[in-house]
Design a protein around this ligand. Structure first.
Ligand code: M6P
Ligand code: ZN
Length: 195
């Protein structure tokens, strides 16, 4: 980890940064219960524990004031009709946002607040996406053929809270209908408990 300001290269082609510290890989087996079509999930998993997405992280202290950054690559594919996607998370420190810059591919970011408000934004190359504080986020690759590649940065103290999404998923699912992405209601989703 550097203790002086630094630069690195981020090639649009391929999208792997010239310097990185962690290479995280997420396979089908880590998405148990997250895809709607459980039968297709089981059939796929029996054949192969497919690589769904990868993250190249540039390590920084997990402290307020720092910015954690890196590149995510989501591979193309579907489980049943549902496109490959990240697990998705709220930030542990809810009042922290995240910025994304799409390098290549096509996809969407599915977002929602703890109150159940939802929002979906498209990713196209060259596009910046800002996830506001409090919004959970999951990226989805809607291309039948190409990787979705984007740069991200978020506050060092944000942390990841996966448990809420693991229980009920996001309110909206992104599925293929007539060869195109469509947003449908997630039958597993539950109205948040209000106190
Ligand atoms: C983005 C960032 C990372 C995150 C990655 C994978 O690139 O938000 O912090 O780890 O997506 O998403 P997830 O952690 O939800 O699997
Ligand atoms: Zn995040």
């Amino acid at each position: 980890m550097y203790d002086v300001p630094f630069t690195y290269q981020l090639p649009v082609e391929g999208g792997i940064p010239s310097t990185w510290d962690n290479h995280i890989t997420r396979r089908l087996s880590s998405m148990q219960g997250q895809y709607l079509d459980q039968a297709s999930f089981e059939v796929m998993l029996r054949k192969e524990d497919t690589l769904l997405y990868e993250v190249y992280e540039i390590k920084r202290p997990e402290a307020a004031g720092e910015l954690l950054q890196g590149v995510s690559i989501i591979h193309p594919g579907k489980v049943g009709d549902e496109y490959f996607m990240t697990k998705g998370h709220f930030h542990k420190v809810l009042a922290t946002g995240e910025v994304y810059y799409c390098l290549s591919g096509e996809g969407v970011m599915v977002m929602e607040t703890p109150e159940g408000e939802w929002n979906i934004q498209e990713f196209h190359p060259g596009q910046v996406l800002y996830v506001l504080p409090r919004w959970a986020h999951r990226s989805v690759n809607t291309s039948p053929t190409d990787d979705l590649v984007f740069f991200f940065a978020y506050p060092g103290n944000a942390g990841h809270d996966y448990s809420t999404i693991e229980q009920h998923g996001f309110r909206k699912l992104v599925v293929e209908r007539d060869g195109k992405p469509a947003y449908i209601d997630n039958p597993r989703w539950r109205e948040p408990q209000r106190s």
